[in-house]
Design a protein around this ligand. Structure first.
Ligand code: SF4
Length: 253
């Protein structure tokens, strides 16, 4: 089997047509979608994998990291879901950019050590983005500060799905949207500095005291008027003031 990484689950019609030809040539003619917004080619002969990878690179789908730390996923969020609170797709993009930059600036080993960790984001508590079963999960929220609202994310830690079933993450702090990428960077630093020998990132975030995490992020999680900047009142990907408006949902909720 070969996974095709789709950043944020996006694919063009032209890429899909090329993939259809690819599975006719190298697979069994079928293509599956995965829960983490990637695609799966089945029944690819081992000796044909290099040719498959070359073709994926040609159509700009040769990215690595499917199902790992550098492959954050999100629900559609405010881009198309009318009951979304925040733009979760924008956050997934910002988190991926921050982690990729960190890997390129000497943090490659840390990113690799934490590769078992999944980051999943929902634009509201309904969890179409499956934030509740992520090593680091976020759902969109809003916090009113005086007459204005701040777009924010409620964070959860240590969730996963494994052979024993689903394990919900523990509720941690709420953070203004624009500070979430920095919060993820700090969480990885905490893992680097305080992990036990051979401890995986998921095991670390299952066990670490929430008080320890909350204190490491306390300045980012502050909504006091003196700690907020003008940019905190707009969501990622826009400079328009943040307003909470509810309408019809993307999913069945
Ligand atoms: S209802 Fe579902 S798709 Fe819409 S923002 Fe909430 S979690 Fe995302």
């Amino acid at each position: 089997m070969a996974f095709v990484t789709l950043p944020r689950g996006d694919i063009t019609a032209e890429q899909m047509e090329a993939l259809a030809l690819l599975v006719e040539t190298h697979g069994n003619g079928t293509l599956r979608t995965t829960q983490d917004q990637n695609l799966l080619l089945r029944w690819v002969r081992t000796e044909e994998l290099p040719a498959v990878h070359r073709e994926l690179e040609r159509i700009d789908l040769g990215h690595a990291e499917a199902g790992r730390l550098l492959d954050p996923t999100s629900c559609p969020g405010a881009e198309s879901c009318k009951i979304a609170v925040t733009g979760s797709r924008e956050l997934a993009l910002a988190v991926k950019e921050t982690l990729t930059e960190q890997a390129g600036n000497g943090g490659k080993d840390l990113i690799a050590a934490a590769s078992d960790l999944r980051i999943k984001i929902s634009g509201c508590p309904n969890s179409c983005g499956q934030h509740h079963v992520a090593g680091i999960g976020f759902h969109g929220a809003a916090k009113h500060v005086g007459p204005r609202a701040v777009p924010a994310y409620q964070m959860f830690l240590g969730g996963a799905v494994d052979g024993d079933g689903a394990h919900f993450g523990r509720r941690s702090v709420k953070i203004p949207s624009r500070r979430v990428p920095e919060a993820v960077t700090r969480l990885l630093a905490l893992f680097r500095d305080e992990r036990q020998p051979d401890e995986s990132a998921l095991a670390f975030f299952k066990r670490v005291e929430l008080e320890r995490v909350n204190s490491a992020l306390s300045d980012l999680a502050s909504f006091s008027e003196q700690d907020l900047h003008e940019e905190d009142f707009s969501d990622l990907g826009t400079d328009q003031p943040f307003i909470v408006e509810l309408g019809e949902g993307e999913c069945a909720t």
